[in-house]
Every structure is written in C-alpha cells, then in structure tokens.
Design a protein around this ligand. Structure first.
Ligand code: PHE
Length: 448
C-alpha cells in the first residue's frame, strides 16, 4: 500500500508511545515479579537486564527494519523480503494466538480488581486476599471479565490501531510511573521490607542461579518487550519514514525495564512484610498489592487508580497482539478490517474458553503430572519457545540473509542519521545474540 493510503502513527514521540504501550503491560507488572519470585529474585533480575540489552534491543531493531521497510504485516513483511522466510511471520501469528489464550484472562483479573476496589468490596471483606482471589477464580465472573476485555480490545481494533492508542498511552504511562513510585516509597516503610530488597537486589549466585533462571529470564525479556513474534514488525509498518528506529528501540526498552524494576521494588518488600511467599505464582501481585493499599488512607481509591492503570496498560498490549493476527488476516487473506477483527476476537474467546474450561493430568509410563493447565502451556510455549525461536531466526534473517545495506538504510534513515551505534549493533545481531540464544536452548535441553 502507498504511504498515503496506509494508516500511520503521528510523530516521533508517538512511535515510542505505541511501541512502549505494547511492551509495558502485564509482562512487566504481573509476570516479571511472578517469574523473579519463582526463579531466584536478584539473580533473575540481573540476567533479565542483560537480556534486554543483548537480546531484546537488537531483535527489536531488526523487526522495526523489516516492518518499516515492507510496510506489511508480519507474514507479508518477511515474505516480501524472502519468500521462504514467511514462516517466521506465521510463527509470530501462532505466538500471538497462544498469548491471546491466557493474557485476556489475567487482564480480566485486573479489571475485576479495579471494580472490586472502586466499590470498596475488596477491603471490606472478612476473607484474606488469597481467599478472595481464589473465590474469584472459581466464579463465573472470571469468564465474564475475560470476555469484556476481549470486547474492549475488539472495539479499539475495529477502528484501526492508530486511533486511541496514542492518547491512551500518553496519559497512562506517566500516571503508571507516578503511582508505582508512590507505592515503592510507601512499601519502604513497611516492617520487614529489608528482606524484600535483599531478595530482589542482592544476587545469591550459589543458591539461586541455574540454567532455569537464565532460560526463564530470556523468555521474560522476549515477552516483556513484545519481540520475537512479529508484533514490532506490524507496529513499525505504521511508523513514519523519519522516525529514528534506534532511539525508539532504546527508549522502549528502557521504559519497560524501569516499570519492571519498579514493580519488583514494590512487590518484594511487600511480600516479605506481609509474610507471603515470593514464589506465590500467578496470583502474586493480586494477593500482595492489596496488602500495600490496605493500611493507606483512601485504600479503595488508591487501589482503584492502580488497577485502572494496570487495565489500561494491559489494553495497549492486548491491542498489539490482536493487531498481529488482524493485520495478517486483513492483508494476506484480503478481509475487511471489520471481519478480520471479528475472526481474531472470536478466536480469542474460544482459546480463553479452553484455558478456563480445561486442565488435565498426564500419566506417561510413570511420569505423572497433575493439573496441567492450558494457562501454563500457552504461557510457557509462547514466552519460552515460540518467541525466543522467532527471535533467533529474526537475527539470522536480518544479519545473514537480508541485504546488509537494507538494515543500515533503515536504521540510519538512508544515511540521514549518523548511525554511530550501527557497527556494534550489527555485530551483536550477527554473532552475539544468536550464539547466546543457541547456547541457552542447547543448555536447557541438557546437552551441554
Ligand atoms: N509485552 C506485553 C506485556 O508485557 C505482552 C506482549 C507480548 C504484547 C507479545 C505483544 C506481543 O504485557
């Protein structure tokens, strides 16, 4: 499509806003503390930090280059540059489906907590926060909130991504940042907070450092930055020609990192102060955060504001993976935006229904696994397998297969930017990132 007819985002700041809107969401605020709590705290943080720079940023840049050059969806983008590589786009669409299968459910939890806070019920109940969370999971309201969230995403996507996201992100992000800082200051005064800082900031390499820590942290880097699955290809297809891609990628990564670190600084002191466990699992923030608000004046109000912001942050992320599937259907299968959106939303409802409806037990010749859930399968497969694999091949494609001048032209806007960081980035993308990813995969399979 020509530049005139295809939608595009506004200016320089908008590119950062929308990409950061995609990146910052449940990944940084819900999944990061949940994973760090289960995989060694500070050691996890350290590996995650490293991965953001060595893995996340270079891959985001490669995706930006493919998307803005081709101005197409994930499948079309790779196909336009090299036909056999279109599978990399399909891998992304598949990952987006897997993420849809559980992300909306967690976003629904946030919506529920927003309502329960605003009505004051969360803080009036005689039940503990864990009991309240368990009760919510057992009630049909969970499915209802999931569907409402899919509907909200649907309504924004039908109108086209460029409307609404920028405005939402512009207000939501600074507000989210401010409330996290206020909460971080507040928890510092809670009794027993020091133990939380120790857990989150003081790495214990002997105890907590394992191949599993590394594997999980890599997955978290992919997930939280929305890379390795074509999302940034799709979004960059709406960027303007004069956007500075390198600057955008660094800003997005730094903002995401900031939110994740702040989330950790809020959660872990509160976990230890309230006598909870850092390895609480998926419920972690939903049972811990109310502990922080409970003793604050206007508890219900603070809590409602926080969960409104978390809901908005999740919405700017759901929009982005919904758009990966929608843009693919729209451009590759020549559907109208309305129909492409409908199919994607219906698929999301179906996948979430599977997740909410089924968990199962496995018994293979003595290997017994009880209560395997689609929730964990969708989460693990997308973040730890599809996205890192997609990321690995994105590196190989961008640094070995694509014309070398293409990457340079995109990252320097055809030579109008100096691109001082380019040689280092190119080297990283060509050697460091792929070798590191291969090593981690092989190591996790127990081969070295
Ligand atoms: N990065 C988003 C988050 O952290 C999730 C996401 C993953 C969005 C992949 C789009 C693509 O919440």
């Amino acid at each position: 499509m020509s530049e005139q007819t295809r939608a595009s985002f506004g200016g320089k700041i908008s590119a950062i806003l929308v990409a950061a809107g995609s990146a910052i969401g449940l990944g940084s605020i819900w999944r990061f503390p949940y994973m760090a709590g289960e995989h060694g705290g500070a050691a996890f943080l350290l590996v995650y930090l490293l991965c953001v720079f060595v893995v996340g940023i270079p891959i985001m840049l490669a995706e930006f280059a493919v998307g803005r050059r081709t101005r197409m969806n994930a499948v079309g983008g790779y196909r336009a540059l090299s036909r056999p590589w279109r599978w990399l786009g399909y891998n992304g669409v598949l990952a987006a489906m897997f993420i849809s299968g559980y992300y909306y459910i967690v976003a629904g939890w946030s919506l529920e907590y927003m309502v329960e806070s605003a009505t004051g019920r969360l803080y009036c109940s005689a039940d503990s926060f864990s009991e309240q969370f368990a009760a919510f999971q057992a009630s049909p309201r969970q499915a209802l909130y999931t569907v409402i969230f899919i509907l909200l995403t649907h309504l924004i996507i039908v109108r086209g991504v460029e409307k609404g996201i920028e405005k939402a992100a512009k207000v939501m992000m600074p507000a989210l940042f401010v409330i996290l800082v206020i909460m971080a200051v507040r928890v510092a005064f809670m009794p027993g907070a020091a133990e939380g800082y120790h857990f989150f900031l003081d790495p214990d390499f002997k105890e907590a450092f394992s191949a599993d820590t590394i594997f999980t942290a890599v997955g978290q880097a992919f997930f939280s930055l929305s890379v390795g699955m074509g999302c940034m290809v799709t979004y960059a297809s709406y960027f303007k020609r004069d956007n500075n891609l390198t600057g955008t990628a660094f800003s997005v990564a730094l903002l995401t990192l900031l939110v994740a670190v702040l989330a950790g600084l809020v959660i872990f002191p509160a976990v230890f102060s309230a006598g909870l466990q850092p390895a609480e699992g998926a419920a972690l923030i939903f049972v811990t955060l109310p502990e922080i608000f409970r003793d604050m004046p206007f508890a219900a109000l603070w809590s409602a504001v926080f969960f409104i912001l978390l809901t908005l942050a999740s919405l700017t992320s759901t929009i982005s993976f919904h758009e990966v599937i929608t843009a693919y259907l729209l451009e590759e299968h020549k559907l109208s935006r309305r129909n492409a959106t409908r199919i994607t939303s219906a698929l999301s409802v179906a996948l979430c229904a599977v997740t909410l409806g089924f968990s199962f037990d496995i018994d293979w010749g003595g290997i017994k696994l009880d209560g395997i859930s689609f929730f964990d399968i969708f989460d693990y497969t997308s973040a730890n397998i599809l996205m890192p694999l997609g990321g690995l091949f994105t590196c190989i494609f961008a640094a070995w297969r694509m014309k070398p001048t293409l990457l340079r032209d995109e990252l320097t806007n055809d030579g109008s930017l100096r691109g001082r960081a380019f040689p280092l980035l190119y080297f990283t993308l060509r050697y460091v990132t792929p070798l590191l990813l291969i090593y981690i995969f092989v190591k996790n399979l127990g081969m070295v």
